[in-house]
Design a protein around this ligand. Structure first.
Ligand code: NAP
Length: 295
């Protein structure tokens, strides 16, 4: 729409400019005509009346030069009339139409720009007010080689990690992919379970179903700290929107089919680390590491 407006404004403006140039040309021509007329008239009168060349060509007692000048005077008057009266009237009307047309186009453009600005500022204000104080947090347990699951199951059982998960996420929204949800016996109690799926008919007890990470975050907009709890696909989508990662690093390598994306150390800075080594009834050493986003 803007493109069309722009091009029509350009064309109209060019037309106005060309018209103004043509008016200047017309006036210059009249002026030249008049000067030429004066010069040649003087010359003819001199040749005819002073030098008496062609004296025999007088008609009705007027010599040839008077006739020529009379006819030429009419032509000159017609030229003056055409440029300064008839063309001026027609041109005035055309210019005024052209101007109102241009003003209309400009008004439309301003209206449309205002609308765009309103929409943009609304989006900006909304995104600012929604996200500025919200700590969207990824919570994940990953092995040294970034494996987080296999065959839609967790690989290890670390009860201290589960307790920490429970304590951190209690009372908050937990966002998860459909597969992670189905790997659990039921929705996690004392939390709002938000499940992401492309299946529009998906339902289950005690969950909120959404079709994108953005809509999941919209559901959580009043929660100061919603948690993204997996799995692999949803972590990948969620990294962009998260400000914190609560990682349980299991100090062992595992085989598995689901991987946590590599943590970019240019973006994420380790702010806390608690080593959980040689804990009773735990098969592996692990550490709780907190990363905050710094860019
Ligand atoms: N170690 C940990 O901390 C941890 C935590 C959580 C999970 N896990 C493990 O991770 C594994 C599951 O992870 P996963 O990557 O296979 O699956 P997932 O991320 O849990 O869920 C994937 C599903 O989410 C939906 N989805 C993905 N992207 C979407 C998008 N852009 N828009 C709409 N819906 C979208 C799709 O559901 P539909 O197919 O229904 O459309 C997709 O099949 C399991 O092994 C689990 O045990 C580990």
């Amino acid at each position: 729409m803007f493109g069309n407006n722009n091009s029509s404004i350009d064309n109209e403006t060019i037309e106005l400019l060309e018209n103004a140039q043509s008016r200047i040309r017309q006036k210059k021509n009249v002026y030249r005509h008049f000067i030429f007329y004066l010069f040649v008239s003087g010359f003819f009168l001199f040749v005819d009346l002073v030098l008496a060349v062609g004296k025999t060509l007088s008609i009705f007692n007027y010599s040839w030069s008077i006739w020529v000048l009379l006819i030429w005077t009419f032509i000159l008057l017609y030229h003056l009339f055409d440029v300064f009266i008839s063309k001026k009237i027609i041109n005035k009307k055309w210019v005024s139409n052209q101007k109102s047309h241009l003003i209309e186009i400009q008004k439309e453009k301003i209206k449309s720009l205002r609308k765009d600005i309103e929409i943009e500022s609304k989006i900006y204000a909304e995104s600012n007010s929604n996200n500025s104080n919200q700590m969207v947090t990824i919570i994940v347990a990953a092995s040294e080689n970034d494996v987080i699951g296999d065959n839609n199951k967790l690989i290890w059982h670390l009860s201290k990690d589960l307790i920490r998960f429970k304590n951190l996420t209690k009372g908050h929204h937990v966002i998860m992919g459909r597969k992670t949800f189905e790997s659990m016996p039921k929705a996690l109690p004392n939390r709002t379970n938000v499940v992401i799926t492309r299946n529009k008919n998906y339902t289950a007890e005690n969950i909120v179903v959404v079709d994108s990470i953005e809509n999941a975050l919209k559901v959580c907009k009043d929660d100061p700290q919603p948690f993204i709890i997996g799995g692999g696909e949803i972590y990948k989508l969620g990294l962009e929107y998260s400000k914190r990662i609560e990682l349980t690093r299991v100090h062992h390598n595992f085989e598995g089919d689901t991987i946590f994306p590599e943590i970019d150390k240019e973006i994420w800075k380790e702010v806390k680390k608690i080593k959980m080594f040689d804990i009773e009834n735990h098969d592996y050493n692990f550490s709780f590491i907190t990363y905050d986003k710094f860019s």
